[in-house]
Unconditional design. Structure first.
Length: 326
């Protein structure tokens, strides 16, 4: 009896040691670039919706400085023409006002000089010996001198007040012209900004709108919405979707085999670099809880492009079954 039990124990130990402790875990993923240059509508005052009139070919090569994205600027062009017209009109108004103000300045100066001349004349009359002039006549001359002094003082005050008024009138019109010029400059800059140039050379990758449709010529985009991007291919990595149930089977540093879906089926090596901290649904159609896994590629220059679907194989511990736990 004891011999039979011992034989069974030996067989059980042999079977347990022979059974594998790890298995291949296959998950879906895609290639992405850690560094990318997003292309989106520019910040334009009082403009939130943009119509795409030009968009470089998806997955096509672009060169730095080339116009790869453009938006409709007909509304801005209309506003610019209106502001330009008002600016030219305001400039003509300012030129006319400057001529009028110069004439008013000359008139005020002449009035002051006239009052000064009348005062000098009145002073000379009162400087005559008083005994040579009748008393009543002399008093009239003194009164006339005082009136001339008062007229000169009033003329000077009027000239100063007129000068301040002219300054304020010119400043107001010049301020309006400057505001119109600022509006014109802003609209010209906004029109130029509607033509988006490539900040780097690389591949043009179209993004999808909120309905899941890729942007194209004729599509509409909202301010702040990314229309396309130009990834830095030197920073390519793989983003995998790990089911939540397999979270404890994967660790940072695990080796991975990345297989290209379809085509040549090329295989690349990589290492798990980071595990996501939040659980999300795989998609609206597939509400499977998953966690993002970031995998770094061993090779620096690989012939991959962002958005390319891949299959990742990981050597992970076999998940414990309820029967094994018991």
């Amino acid at each position: 009896m004891k011999g039979s039990l011992l034989a069974l124990a030996v067989v059980a130990l042999t079977t347990a040691s022979a059974s594998p402790t790890t298995a291949t875990l296959s998950i879906d993923g895609e290639v992405y670039a850690r560094t990318t240059s997003p292309l989106m509508p520019p910040a334009v005052d009082q403009m939130w919706q943009f119509n795409i009139t030009l968009l470089a070919v998806d997955s096509g090569p672009v060169k730095q400085g080339d116009v790869v994205l453009a938006f409709d600027g007909s509304t801005l062009a209309k506003q610019l023409a209106e502001k330009n017209s008002r600016l030219q009109e305001k400039r003509r108004e300012l030129e006319k006002l400057q001529l009028e103000l110069a004439e008013r300045e000359r008139t005020g100066r002449l009035d002051t000089e006239k009052a000064r001349a009348e005062l000098e004349k009145a002073r000379r009359k009162t400087e005559q010996p008083q005994e040579l002039i009748a008393g009543m006549a002399y008093r009239k001359l003194v009164i006339a001198r005082r009136l001339a002094e008062r007229k000169l003082a009033l003329a000077r005050e009027r000239e100063l007040a007129s000068a301040d008024q002219r300054f304020q009138e010119q400043r107001m019109v010049a301020s309006e012209a400057a505001q119109l010029q600022a509006d014109v400059d802003r609209l010209q800059a906004s029109l130029a900004a509607l033509n988006v140039v490539a900040p780097r050379s690389g591949l043009m990758m179209h993004k999808s709108n909120w309905n899941g449709e890729k942007f194209d010529v004729g599509s509409q985009a909202w301010m702040g919405q990314t229309v396309a991007e130009i990834p830095d291919t030197s920073t390519l990595a793989v983003r995998a979707e790990l089911p939540e149930r397999d979270l404890l089977r994967v660790r940072v540093g695990d080796r991975a085999r990345i297989r290209i879906e379809g085509g040549s089926g090329s295989v690349f090596a990589g290492t798990v670099r980071r595990l996501g901290r939040t659980v999300r649904s795989k998609s609206q159609v597939q509400p499977i809880p998953i966690i993002d896994v970031d995998i770094a590629l061993d090779a620096a220059n690989v012939r991959l492009k962002p958005g390319q679907p891949v299959r990742i194989e990981l050597r992970a511990p076999i998940a414990a079954t309820p029967g094994a736990q018991r």
